[in-house]
Every structure is written in C-alpha cells, then in structure tokens.
Design a protein around this ligand. Structure first.
Ligand SMILES: *Cc1c(COP(=O)(O)O)cnc(C)c1O
Length: 221
C-alpha cells in the first residue's frame, strides 16, 4: 500500500485529535503525551512529509537502517528527535549513541554494564518483557525492581519503562503491570501503546506512544 503525502499529514492530524480525546477522557493533559512516529521501513520522502506536518519525534528499531537514513535528515532538521525502539547490540553502541536521542530498549544487565562506561548518555527506558515471551527481549517483571536498582548503582538513571505486549493478549493488563512497576520504582515515564492500542495505553498512563501504521500506512515488509 502506498501513501500520498497528503495521507500522512491527514493521518497525523487525525491521530493528534484521537490522542487529545483519549487524554481528556482519562483526565490527563494531552501535552504530557509524546507521539513518536515509527518510521522503520519508511523512506526519506515519507519521513519528510511527516516532518512538514509538524512531527518532531521519530523512532527506528534497527540501528543499521537508522544509520542509512537519519544522519542526513538530522542535519537537515536539527530539532527532530530520534528514538531507538529495537534491540541494541553492545558492538553498535558508539554508532547508536551518536545518532539516537532517546533509547527505549535497555533490556539486559550486559547492556547496562556497557552503557555505564559512557560519560554522557541519552534518556534511557528499561524494556520490561511483561508477557515473559522467550522471543522478546526485556527484563522479566519479577526482576525489574532489582534491575532498576542495579542501574542506579551504576549511575545509570532510567527515566521510565517500555513494553511491547504480546500480539494476541489484552494489552491493558500489560500496560497496567508496566505502570505498577514504574510507580513503585519512582519512574514517571511510560513508553507504551502502538497503532492498535494507544488509546488504552493513554488511559493507563502512557507518556510516549509509538505509532507507525496509523501514520504511514501498512508496512511492506
Ligand atoms: C513497529 C513498532 C511500533 C509501531 O507499531 P504500529 O503497529 O505500526 O504502530 C511500536 N513499537 C515498536 C517497538 C515497534 O517495533
């Protein structure tokens, strides 16, 4: 499926209205919710159309793909912020830290250990594997408190938590669990909610929603 430029701008406008309504419905201030446009598999033209429509936050899930698209775009649009929402290999750390403004996938002790060696770091979200799925990365819920504490002793100060609920489960249970873990660890930011469930995520406290399909249309791959 292809999208005309106009569709992207329209999709964004509609999405912002939805976010506004969902926030108001939950008694929340819509300005507390950051819409992150997930631009994986999208080309520069599509991304630039979203930027032209006022979109400022974007996300990629692969460091290598981001490296092929974003250095030029970031130079051209210096106030755009790039979020990493996919696995971060320790051998790609230098590249990732040079490009990404926020990392949502602090998902294992080994990565925390490596990140702690850098003097300056972007804001970090701890990814929690709320569904305890073996194919998904992230800290198991029962280990989250200890992991967050160990990050803090290494002077890594995570700003919040991130999750990707299992495909065929009720997402609200996972969002509520993530919110609960965040609350008892004094973390205020929650990266949760995608095209199909961002309204539920907002009702349960999401501060960052990651939306691809609802902006750019169905991905080819
Ligand atoms: C692709 C992706 C999204 C966006 O999903 P859509 O359903 O297209 O909105 C959100 N979060 C992560 C981690 C992703 O990989």
């Amino acid at each position: 499926m292809t999208n005309t430029d106009e569709t992207i701008a329209n999709n964004l406008a509609e999405l912002r209205a939805h976010i506004h309504r969902a926030a108001r419905g939950a008694g929340r201030d819509p300005s507390q919710i950051t819409l992150i446009a997930v631009s994986k598999t999208q080309d520069e033209a599509a991304i630039e159309e979203a930027i032209a429509a006022g979109q400022k936050d974007f996300a990629e899930n692969r460091v290598q793909e981001a490296q092929s698209k974003w250095p030029v775009l970031k130079a051209r649009y210096p106030d755009v912020k790039l979020h990493l929402i996919g696995p971060l290999q320790t051998n790609k750390l230098d590249d990732a830290l040079a490009l990404f403004d926020v990392i949502h996938t602090l998902d294992r002790p080994r990565l925390a250990e490596k990140l702690a060696q850098y003097a300056t770091l972007p804001p970090l979200f701890v990814q929690v594997n709320t569904g305890e799925e073996s194919q998904k990365s992230g800290i198991p819920p029962r280990e989250a408190d200890d992991f967050i504490a160990s990050c803090r002793t290494r002077s890594l100060a995570p700003v919040g938590l991130m999750c990707i609920p299992p495909l065929h489960e009720e997402p609200s249970l996972h969002f509520a669990l993530l919110a609960q873990i965040a609350k008892r660890n004094d973390l205020v930011q929650l990266s949760m909610g995608m095209s199909g469930d961002f309204e539920t995520a907002i009702a349960l406290g999401a501060t960052h929603i990651r939306v691809g399909t609802a902006i750019f249309g169905t991905r080819a791959g």
